[in-house]
Design a protein around this ligand. Structure first.
Ligand code: BES
Ligand code: ZN
Ligand code: ZN
Length: 497
């Protein structure tokens, strides 16, 4: 992990390989008034002759020839002040750390772009540390750049609270990276049993309890939805349950459920070949909820939390479930399988019903790469949020505005339930082409009883795909979308206790 420290040192005297200064476009005086002595005269000259104007993402390097503390100065363009936001900070900070690595340096110092508070410090940290992530586990020849090790933020006043926020932030960033590493694993190295192992290993480092429900136990419990979807694969299905107890038992837990289809071929309703390889990311929801509970434990949040990860591989074979099958689910409802590719909702449904019955949670959030329709509706940069509880939804929306992990609510009107009616069972697992992300949620609604519940369809946001915006801090592959938002949601919930 990259270390970030705060230090009360004058920028012109700081011994550092490179000092980074941000400039708002067309506002040189905002930067200049914060500088002194030799540093001021160096930068002033560059800005006054119009050499560097601060357009978004642009940069300018200048040597200092030993006249001041820093060896070099990097000016970075923050763009127009009116559109400045925490998201801009994450993107710019990410660009800076990538550039520093490209220069072959392992350390830099930075003057905060604007008034330093906890949120700005967190955004800087997230940008710096999430942008340098690369999934290189399978590269025989390392194409790695020199590792960035230390960043110093130069401050003018007391900073203990901010340093504390940064320390917490680093635990959250570690969780994001954990989820990326797990989710990027190829399907041959990450069957359900591997996810179970990774979950078990969490108990080495964190105060977590892990229970893995195997096929025989699923049979006796009646988790027939999970059993059915996994039948076609020679890799055994697992229902992974992680418990975190940070509060007295009397306090009801939050329940997170994450879809972990380690590979989704579609099953007998086989998917077309193009981009099928991307279906290794169909385990994203599960990876995210494991990361969330890991972060909650690392932060010692005073809450109780349950993470459930139904994990299966959806394969076509002689033992697969078929279109036409009718499954009696854990909660007794019957489901007509009209398409074996709509498998995520089936495994989530059993997990939701089982989790709610077993743990009586105060709120439930599920995450799943559930439908291509969510991408058609909202594109690849916004997750679909669908639920049954206004106050839970409002909380999530507010938190997501802060984290930059965009989500947008779709309506779960009564009418959508008509689309999943079946002539032979209680419901069908598909609802036709119209409103596909919503009918998937309508299906899930049959399994959450009356609990406050939100479903996040992360099909577009879980990995970088066609249509994903280029953002420095979201490199290629699994994004970790949702970890920061859900952890922050939990942090805010714990302040209430
Ligand atoms: N895992 C897919 C959804 C998906 C597709 C996510 C593409 C990201 C990119 C899911 O299991 C699925 O196949 N859903 C079907 C549902 C349909 C058969 C009703 C879909 O979206 O096509
Ligand atoms: Zn599918
Ligand atoms: Zn799927």
């Amino acid at each position: 992990m990259i270390r970030i420290d705060l230090e009360k040192t004058k920028p012109d005297t700081k011994q550092t390989q490179i000092l980074v200064l941000g400039l708002f476009e067309g506002e040189p005086e905002l930067l200049l008034k914060r500088l002194e002595n030799g540093l001021l005269s160096l930068v002033k000259e560059i800005l006054e002759n119009g050499e560097f104007t601060g357009t978004f993402g642009s940069s300018y390097l200048l040597p200092t020839f030993g006249k001041i503390g820093p060896n070099r100065i990097m000016l970075i363009g923050l763009g127009k002040k009116e559109v400045y936001s925490k998201e801009i900070v994450r993107i710019i900070s990410g660009k800076i750390s990538v550039k520093i690595q490209e220069l072959g340096l392992d350390e830099f110092s930075l003057i905060p772009f604007s008034n330093l508070d906890k949120e700005l410090a967190e955004a800087i940290y997230e940008g710096i540390s999430l942008s340098t992530y690369r999934f290189s586990k399978y590269k025989s020849v390392a194409t790695k750049l020199p590792e960035l090790k230390d960043v110093t933020i130069l401050v003018e006043s007391d900073y203990h609270e901010i340093q504390e926020a940064l320390d917490k932030s680093s635990l959250i960033v570690e969780a994001v990276i954990f989820s990326r590493d797990l989710c990027n694993l190829p399907p041959n190295d990450c069957p359900p049993s591997e996810l179970a192992k990774v979950a078990m290993a969490l108990t080495d480092d964190y105060e977590l309890k892990v229970r893995v429900i195997e096929r025989y136990e699923m049979e006796s419990l009646g988790l027939n939805g999970i059993i059915s979807v996994g039948m076609g694969s020679s890799n055994q299905s697992k229902l992974i349950i992680v418990e975190y107890h940070g509060a007295p038992e009397s306090q009801k837990p939050y329940l997170f459920v994450g879809k972990a289809v380690t590979f989704d071929t579609g099953g007998i309703s086989l998917k077309p070949g193009e981009k099928m390889d991307e279906m290794k990311f169909d385990k994203s929801g599960g990876c995210i909820v494991l990361a969330v509970i890991r972060a909650a434990a690392a932060l010692h949040l005073p809450l109780n939390i349950i993470a459930m990860v139904p994990s299966v591989e959806n394969m076509p074979s002689g033992s697969s479930y078929r279109p036409g099958d009718i499954i009696r689910m854990y909660n007794g409802k019957t489901v007509e399988v009209a398409n074996t590719d709509a498998e995520g909702r089936i495994i989530l449904a059993d997990s939701l019903a089982f989790g709610i019955k077993t743990y009586d949670p105060k709120g439930v959030i599920d995450l799943a790469t559930l439908t291509g329709a969510a991408i058609i509706a909202l594109g690849a940069n916004v997750a679909a949020a669908i639920g049954n509880n206004v106050s839970l939804m409002d909380k999530l929306k507010k938190v997501s505005e802060k984290t930059g992990e965009k989500l947008w609510e779709l309506p779960l009107f009564e009418e959508f339930h008509d689309q999943i009616k079946s002539s032979v069972a209680d419901i069908r697992n598909i609802g036709g082409r119209q409103g596909g992300a919503i009918t998937a949620a309508a299906f899930l609604a049959n399994f959450v009883a009356d609990k406050p519940w939100i479903h996040l369809d992360i099909a577009g946001t879980a990995w970088t795909q066609d249509g994903t915006y280029e953002r420095s801090y979201i490199p290629k592959g699994a994004t970790g979308y949702g970890v920061r938002t859900l952890v922050r949601f939990l942090q805010e919930e714990s302040h209430k206790n």
